[in-house]
Ligand binder design. Structure first.
Ligand SMILES: [Zn+2]
Length: 206
C-alpha cells in the first residue's frame, strides 16, 4: 500500500496491529477519524490511554476492575464459598448475563496451551489453589470452554486440590464441545451452570 503521507501510514500501521483489522480496514477507520471532528479522536485516544494506565485487576478474583476489589467480590449478598473458574472477563460477563449464578469468580487469565507457550505459571492458578486450601470454599465450578486446552487446565487444577475438602463440578455440556462460553446463548449457559455435574464424571466416563 503506497501512502502519500507518512503520518497517515503510521496511523494505519498502528491500527492494523489490532486483531482482525487488516490494512484496508485500518485505512477505512483512519480516514473515518479524519472526517470526524478532532475531538472524536481525542476522546478515543484518551479513553484508551486512561484505561491502559488506570485499570486494575481485582486482588481476589483477578477480574478487570476499576477498584482493588471488584464489585462482585465485595458484594456480601453473593455466596463466597462457591467459585466459578473462568478464562477471562468475557466469561464473567456472559455468566452474569444469565442471572443464574450467585457465587463469585476466579479469572485464570487464559488456558494452559503448550502450543502458544502458555504454562500454568503464567495463569492465576496458585491463588486459586491457595483459596481452596484455606478451606473456606464449598464448591469449585469449572466453566472453561470444552476444548483440549480447557480440559487440560481443569485437570491440572483438579489434581492440585483433589485432596481438599471441596466439591468440584463442571458446567453441563449443553455447550457443545469446542464452543466458547461467550458465544453460548444466555438460556443455554444459565442452564448448564444450574445442571452442573461432578467434575469426576467428566473424565471417568470417557
Ligand atoms: Zn473480584
Amino acid at each position: 500500500m503506497e501512502f502519500s503521507s507518512k503520518l497517515l501510514e503510521k496511523a494505519v500501521y498502528e491500527m492494523s496491529q489490532l486483531p482482525g483489522i487488516g490494512k484496508r480496514t485500518a485505512l477505512r477507520l483512519v480516514l473515518h477519524l479524519l472526517k470526524q471532528p478532532k475531538e472524536q479522536t481525542s476522546l478515543l485516544s484518551q479513553a484508551l490511554l486512561t484505561m491502559r494506565e488506570e485499570i486494575k485487576f481485582c486482588q481476589s478474583c483477578h477480574n478487570i476492575s476499576d477498584v482493588t476489589v471488584c464489585e462482585i467480590c465485595s458484594n456480601s449478598n453473593r455466596d463466597h464459598q462457591l467459585i466459578c473458574v473462568v478464562e477471562d472477563i468475557r466469561d464473567v460477563m456472559a455468566i452474569e448475563n444469565t442471572g443464574q449464578f450467585r457465587g463469585i469468580y476466579h479469572v485464570l487469565g487464559g488456558k494452559i496451551s503448550p502450543i502458544d507457550g502458555i504454562g500454568p505459571s503464567q495463569l492465576n492458578i496458585p491463588t486459586l489453589v491457595e483459596k481452596v486450601k484455606t478451606g473456606n470454599i464449598r464448591e469449585l465450578i469449572f466453566a472453561l470452554s470444552s476444548t483440549m486446552e480447557g480440559d487440560t487446565t481443569n485437570f491440572y487444577i483438579y489434581k492440585q486440590i483433589k485432596d481438599c475438602d471441596v466439591i468440584t463440578s463442571t458446567i453441563a455440556r449443553g455447550i457443545s464441545v469446542g464452543d466458547e462460553l461467550e458465544y453460548a446463548d444466555e438460556v443455554t449457559l444459565g442452564r448448564s451452570i444450574l445442571q452442573r455435574v461432578p467434575f469426576e464424571n467428566s473424565f471417568k466416563n470417557t
